[in-house]
Design a binder for this molecule. Structure first.
Ligand code: NAG
Ligand code: NAG
Ligand code: NAG
Ligand code: NAG
Length: 686
């Protein structure tokens, strides 16, 4: 880090003041700027806070009376000259300043404190030193430094007041993403990896290859002072639609030529692949992958961020704030009728970034939704947000950016219809289903923080309902049907369903029942599983779907959608009830012998085990254990079909920090059937 300067414009070689080198005081600056570990190649500092540079001169110090010492910072073609002042009065926080305090001048060296304006652009700057006399100037290019946002500084629009928040939302390189369904939530560990080598450089590259930068460097550099602008640029760059972005999305279950979205557990892996492949998109991502990578980039740039999961998130394609679901008269959910492109994801993941909104006013400051999953275009590109969470809660749908789309994902109503021969024979409106639960990891803990109230206020919902649903006519039934899963089964057990029918009319009825169960794959069309008929008019019905009926299509963590349609034979009245649940697939357990805290460069033993609870023998089963920074490549373990298999692998960490071990099991029953488990290991140096 001793930057030996290259002389740009040498003057005559007499007893003039000459610069020998500039010490960037990297360690000290990184500690005081909270940037330790972000780069081993560059000085990384935060805007609005002075950082230290020690200038060493060749034969003598510069003479403040006859020579001017001027620093110059350059960004592309933009540059700013900063005269070095000796014990100056308070400097202007809106401008660059360079100061020397009296105690810091020594025989041949001087310590300069360089301070950028609070609203400086986030970028890598070049630094020049000029020594000017009345006759000429000697100029030295001394190196470069990276400037980031400063959430520790009150005047920065990303300022966050509490140290525990800063630790969690800026400095923590490890998190949890909640997935699954709102009734069976699972946690997916994620390594954000800000401190992995090359990650900061990849984040800066993302800015340098953005369409905004390629089109107009100057304008882009100037606008990069604004976190709203930064979050829009990065959001668009995380998906590869429209640009040289990071990740390609895929949802159809076929991930050949890439990595299945469920296999990723680290943003650094993805950023490395992108940076080392000359910016070709990494395959493949889904919402939690897009969001986790965005969260990494924002934390690196110094914008506090967290990953947020919305259970039952709506994708309202036509902007009418309702989602239409169509069922056949047999209770099958139809997503291929072409009647509606709307859909509901059992979970959707986006990012919240913390910033002020001077463009909107102080009431909209705070958390902002930024959603990098390519769904709909915003101002012509796939990017969504930043949208103030407060605007969603209050239903201020015109506030920029994309508030009405995000509002619909947490607050739309579900209109369920039974369609027969193209005609709607029954319609019910469910105002509760969408956005039922909104979670993020809580500070300093693995428990979830429930954000539902921050997004949804019942008052605004009622007000909006009033005009959105004015045109819908509700059908009032004298027949009530409800569907319940008696017990959530593990693989190998029967699925037991209980249907309760209440007849509120005074007359006797003859009913026909149709039940159908289908797999709801993550954002895929459901597979038909097994329809059957029952015809008597009874009040409580029990049905069982045996393991052998569903196992053949089961693929690990599956969500089953069950629909029942009850039809009155005489009046043709039909009533629908639906339920969704998850089947627990057999789990792989991972145990680090001697505890989850391991020593760096010391071998540790890990035991991986799996119990086959399927009703059949699993053939061709392969257990894979991976862990970036823990294992060289992958360790494959072949499993004999049978009951419990236990395998021992040894790991060794080459760098400190939080690492993830991942074990997965595939077998030849069904090529898509893969079970996965993650385990967190913390590596300590001594
Ligand atoms: C910043 O400094 C430059 C000269 O170094 C000066 O021209 C300019 O007016 C200053 N800007 C502000 C906002 O004080
Ligand atoms: C299903 O439930 C189990 C147990 O609670 C959980 O581990 C699993 O992740 C869930 N899967 C999904 C997709 O909800
Ligand atoms: C989450 O918060 C909402 C709104 O306050 C509340 O209705 C709901 O019961 C909470 N859910 C959980 C699981 O804490
Ligand atoms: C297997 C399992 O844990 N299933 C749970 C899913 O959620 C329901 C409702 O919260 C629980 O009752 C089940 O135990």
């Amino acid at each position: 880090f001793r930057h030996t300067p290259s002389v740009l414009f040498p003057g005559p070689n007499n007893d003039r003041c000459r610069l020998k080198y500039v010490n960037f005081e990297v360690h000290e600056n990184h500690v005081s700027h909270e940037t330790l570990g972000l780069s081993s190649q560059h000085l990384v500092v935060r805007r609005g806070k002075p950082f230290k540079l020690t200038l060493l001169f060749r034969s003598r110090l510069w003479n403040p009376h006859t020579e001017n010492l001027v620093l110059e910072v350059c960004l592309g073609g933009l540059s700013e000259r900063i005269p070095v002042q000796v014990f100056a009065e308070r400097s202007d926080p809106l401008n660059w300043s360079a100061q020397i305090y009296s105690g810091n001048i020594h025989h041949q060296s001087a310590t300069v404190y360089l301070c950028s304006p609070v609203l400086s652009s986030v970028a890598m700057y070049d630094l020049l030193v000029h020594i000017q006399t009345t006759w000429d100037t000697r100029s030295y290019a001394v190196g470069s430094f990276v400037l980031l946002c400063n959430p520790w500084l009150k005047d920065d629009p990303v300022y966050m007041p509490l140290e525990v928040q800063l630790q969690e939302y800026v400095k923590s390189d490890f998190g949890l993403v909640y997935t699954g369904t709102h009734v069976n939530i699972s946690k997916r560990p994620w390594s954000f990896g800000q401190y992995e080598p090359g990650v900061l450089e990849a984040c800066l590259k993302l800015l340098q290859v953005s369409p905004q930068h390629l089109k107009d460097k100057h304008r882009d550099y100037v606008r990069r002072a604004d976190p709203i602008y930064l979050s829009r640029v990065i959001c668009a760059m995380v998906n590869c639609n429209d640009d040289l972005g990071l990740l390609e999305g895929r949802w159809d279950g076929s991930y050949r030529g890439g990595v299945s979205p469920t296999e990723w557990s680290s943003s650094a892996d993805i950023l490395h692949r992108w940076a080392s492949s000359n910016c070709s998109p990494v395959r493949y991502g889904q919402c939690w992958v897009f969001a986790s990578v965005l969260c990494t980039v924002m934390r690196v740039l110094g914008i506090p961020s967290r990953v947020v999961t919305v259970f039952n998130a709506a994708h309202d394609t036509n902007g009418n704030l309702k989602i239409e679901e169509i069922y056949s008269t047999r209770g099958q959910k139809c997503e291929k009728l072409g009647l509606s492109k709307d859909s509901i994801w059992n979970f959707h993941v986006w990012v919240e970034c913390w910033m002020r909104r001077p463009d909107l006013g102080p009431e909209f400051d705070g958390w902002q939704v930024v959603d990098p999953t390519p769904q709909e275009k915003s101002a012509g590109v796939y990017c969504c947000g930043p949208c103030p969470v407060v605007a969603i809660q209050r239903g201020c749908l015109n506030v920029p950016y994309d508030t009405s789309f995000i509002y619909a994902s947490v607050d739309a109503d579900v209109v369920r219809m039974i369609v027969r021969d193209g005609l709607v024979v029954d319609r019910t409106v469910d105002t509760q289903w969408v956005g039922q639960l909104i979670y993020t990891k809580s500070i300093e803990s693995d428990r979830p923080e429930n954000l539902t109230r921050a997004y949804k206020s019942h008052q605004s919902k009622r007000r909006l309902l009033h005009f959105v649903f004015a045109t819908i006519h509700f059908v009032s039934h004298t027949l009530e049907v409800s569907l319940q899963i008696e017990r959530v089964p593990s693989v190998g057990e029967s699925i037991c369903v209980c249907v309760t029918v209440k007849n509120r009319a005074s007359r006797h009825r003859v009913l026909v029942e149709h039940v159908s169960a289908q797999l709801k794959q993550y954002c895929c069309s459901p597979l038909f599983l097994c329809p059957f008929h029952v015809s008597p008019a009874v009040l409580t019905l029990h049905h069982a779907i045996s393991a052998s009926e569903y196992e053949c299509v089961l693929a690990g963590e599956d969500i089953v959608n069950i629909g029942v349609v009850m039809k009155d034979v005489r009046t043709k009245e039909r009533v629908l009830s639906t339920a969704e649940f998850n089947i627990t697939a057999p789990q792989i357990t991972i145990e680090v012998l001697g505890g989850d805290s391991i020593q760096m460069r010391k071998e540790s033993t890990v035991q991986v085990s799996f119990t086959n609870t399927f009703s059949k023998v699993l053939s061709g089963a392969v257990l894979t254990v991976e862990g970036s920074g823990l294992l060289q490549g992958k360790q494959l373990v072949l499993l004999q079909p049978g009951q419990t298999i236990q395998k021992t692998v040894s790991i060794m960490a080459t760098s400190p920090g939080t690492k993830l071990l991942m074990a997965s099991l595939s077998h030849s029953h069904s090529p898509s059937a893969i079970t996965r488990s993650f385990h967190r290991v913390s590596v300590v140096t001594s």
